[in-house]
Design a protein around this ligand. Structure first.
Ligand code: PMP
Length: 324
């Protein structure tokens, strides 16, 4: 069993918003567990599908729910031998692809601003069996493609996964393109702005080309997770508040980091990529602040930090002032 972080630790390494879910969501999950019979929740699955479809502005038939985005990645990876990705990209997708022996055709993000050269990406995508792009990109926080550019990728006809885990913060989506493009799959999550990370509810909006077998998919997400997702979607006013807190927090952190002489990139997500002195992540960890070390992939001093609440952000800045 993985344990929660020890008391006093500030956990900013996995891009979970460090705010507890609202009471109505917690109660819905608890009530689901209190029923006399823990039935298999196929009907509830369909209800949440329909609610998410309404939220995403697509027809319910396009929406499937998975217990984690990686569960959907399996579906792509066991059918592909070569997948076109950007580099760096979501480490879990890369890791899972390697585990499956899938070759990654990597297009590096270039320059100080981590730009994607679309022509270069298209040429790799042509040689691949499938395409994966996280938009915004993890770990850089940059938005790599606009919807028109995604259509150029889709026109190649390959199964194409656009990972929009951070959609609520970026405000940019291609979900509606799933009606027209059978090869598009848009990965979303309820782990970020909806505050349900541990519940593992990851909706995917797919075009007609993805023949997911209803009878195998509809039993994947647990009763309590579906109950939490249902309550969250029914009464989702809090999501906008979370996004506001995160955006203000990101602006505050970037300003404070600049003052401390630490480079902080702009972000379309709930995390910030920063470049400080070499070994920064390790030093912060000694002070009880967990951030994601990106030195191996991006070079000395690179760290990805999840944006927290105002109190947590201030504490992070105080710790940085101590260690620098
Ligand atoms: N995609 C990207 C790009 C992510 O950064 C993350 C979260 N780390 C996920 C997917 C994971 O989402 P989920 O919790 O729904 O598996």
């Amino acid at each position: 069993m993985s344990l929660p972080p020890p008391a006093g630790v500030i956990k900013l390494d996995q891009n979970e918003v460090p705010i507890p879910p609202p009471q109505h969501v917690v109660e819905a999950a608890a009530q689901a567990l209190a029923v006399a019979n823990w039935y298999q929740p196929a009907a509830l699955y369909d209800e949440v599908r329909a609610l998410y479809a309404e939220y995403a502005g697509v027809a319910p038939a396009h929406v499937w729910l998975f217990p984690g985005a990686d569960d959907f990645f399996e579906y792509i990876l066991h059918r592909a031998r070569k997948v076109a990705v950007v580099s760096p990209t979501y480490f879990l997708f890369e890791d899972q692809a390697r585990f499956h022996g899938v070759e990654l055709l990597q297009t590096p993000l270039r320059g100080e601003e981590f730009k994607l050269d679309l022509a270069e990406f298209l040429s790799a995508a042509k040689r691949a069996d499938a395409v994966y792009i996280d938009n915004p990109n993890n770990p850089t926080g940059q938005l790599l493609l606009r919807p028109k550019e995604v259509e150029e990728v889709l026109a190649l006809g390959k199964p194409t996964v656009v990972d929009e885990a951070y959609f609520e913060f970026s405000g940019v989506t291609v979900a509606q393109l799933a009606e027209a493009w059978p090869n598009l799959a848009v990965v979303r999550t309820m782990s970020k702005a909806f505050l349900l990370a541990g519940m593992r509810v990851s909706p995917v909006i797919v075009g007609a080309g993805y023949r997911l077998h209803y009878n195998t998919v509809r039993f994947r997400v647990s009763l309590s997770s579906l109950a939490a997702a249902r309550a969250a979607l029914y009464n989702r006013g809090y999501v906008g508040e979370v996004v506001k807190i995160v955006k203000e927090g990101a602006a505050y952190l970037r300003e404070e980091l600049a003052r401390l002489g630490i480079k902080a990139w702009p972000t379309y997500a709930n995390f910030i990529l920063v470049k400080g002195p070499p070994g920064l992540a390790a030093v912060l960890r000694e002070y009880g602040v967990w951030v994601r070390d990106e030195e191996q992939r991006l070079g000395p001093g690179h760290v990805r930090i999840t944006v927290g609440t105002p109190e947590i952000n201030a504490q992070l800045v105080r710790t940085l002032k101590t260690v620098l």
